[in-house]
Structure formats: C-alpha cells, structure tokens
Design a protein around this ligand. Structure first.
Ligand code: GSH
Length: 202
C-alpha cells in the first residue's frame, strides 16, 4: 500500500493527520505540485482528476478523495473512532465534516487559489471570487466561534475528522492571510489545541 501525497497541501494533510491519530504508518510517494507532477501521465492514470492524495492498494487499485481514503482506514482500524461511534454520533460527525469542508476548507482553498501568486499562470484566477471566499470564511469563523463556546471540538467532546478538515482549512487560509479574529477566543483555543496535537506536527 502506498500514499501518493504532497505533504504540505491541505487535502493530503487531512490524511496524514488522520493516519497519525490512528497510529498507522504507510509508505508515501511525494508528488511535487510545484513541478506539476500531478498532471503527468503516470499520475493521471492513478487519478484522472490529477489531484492528491491517492491511495494505492495492494491489489493495484486506487482510491482518491481524502475522506474516502480516511474512511478506508477507519474500517481497517476502527480505534480511535474518528468518524463517530454510534448512529447518532456518526451522523453528527458527518454533518460537521461536510460543513467544515464546504464552509471552511473550500472557502480557504478557493481564496488561496484565486488570489495568490502561486497559482498565477497555473489556473484561471478570478480575484473577486477569491475575495468573496475570504468574506464567506470570516462570517463562518464568527459562527464557529459561537459553536465552540460550550464544547471542546467541532463535532462534540471528542476529536474527529471534522476537526482535521477544519484545521487544514484554517492552515491553508493563513497563506492568503486569512486570520482568526482577535475576539474569536473559542476558535483560537480550539485551533491552538488541535495544532498542539502530535498528529498535527510535520
Ligand atoms: N476533493 C479532493 C480534493 C483534492 C485536491 O484538491 N488536492 C489538491 C491539493 S490540496 C491538488 O491536488 N491540487 C493540485 C491542482 O489543483 O493542480 C480530496 O478531498 O482529496
């Protein structure tokens, strides 16, 4: 089994944090996005969308999409449960993970892609759209700060995949200078706590 990854990129990072929380070690193959290795024919044969991460299984098949890869490992090794424990818990974690994907990670990634020099000449950039995403995430941060007033983690009292998704969103958001507001003390406390976990190092 091999993970094709770009360790600094947010979606692969979700998988790395997830695996570290599970204590799973896996062979990694680094794909250099800066050199467009993800668009080379042998990588596109693994994932036609040319995106990382991609997991290669021992039978030679491939699984792309970071959440799909995480779910595979959750099934292989259920402890600790990062997608929830019982029916309600699983649904609540799913709800929060989807929210964190669409409201935090997507807005932060799109702000980065559409406003940052790194992407100039690589993708068509629409800076106004990037700025709209910045506005969106600032609004969502205020909402999340309120949510975190009375619980430790995004989906409840336990660390889950929703924390991983949100954390990587805020991390990539730092590149286009999206910052947690000084008054958002609950959100900052959560961010610092997740960032201090051993799984978030590296
Ligand atoms: N929905 C996919 C998104 C994967 C994705 O966008 N990966 C980025 C890195 S974070 C990528 O490969 N970007 C390369 C590019 O856009 O050329 C997932 O969850 O894995």
């Amino acid at each position: 089994m091999k993970l094709y990854t770009t360790k600094v990129a947010p979606n692969p990072k979700r998988v790395h944090i997830f695996l570290a929380e599970k204590g799973i070690d896996i062979e990694c193959v680094e794909i250099d996005l800066g050199k467009s290795e993800n668009l080379e024919a042998d990588f596109v044969a693994k994932n036609p969308l040319g995106r990382v991460p991609v997991l290669e299984l021992d039978d030679g098949s491939y699984i792309a999409e970071s959440v799909a890869i995480c779910r595979y490992f959750e099934e292989q090794q259920p402890e600790p449960p990062l997608f929830g424990a019982d029916a309600k818990d699983k649904a609540v974690v799913e709800m929060w993970n989807r929210r964190m994907e669409s409201e935090i990670l997507a807005n932060a990634s799109m702000c980065f892609r559409h406003t940052h020099a790194y992407w100039e000449g690589r993708i068509p950039q629409v800076p106004e759209f990037g700025e709209l995403c910045r506005t969106n995430i600032m609004e969502r941060m205020a909402w999340l700060d309120g949510e975190l007033a009375d619980r430790e983690f995004i989906a409840g009292d336990r660390f889950t995949v929703a924390d991983i998704t949100a954390f990587t969103g805020f991390q990539i958001g730092r590149v286009p200078k999206i910052r947690i507001g000084e008054d958002m003390t609950n959100l900052q406390r959560w961010f610092d706590g997740v960032g201090a976990r051993p799984s978030a190092q590296g």
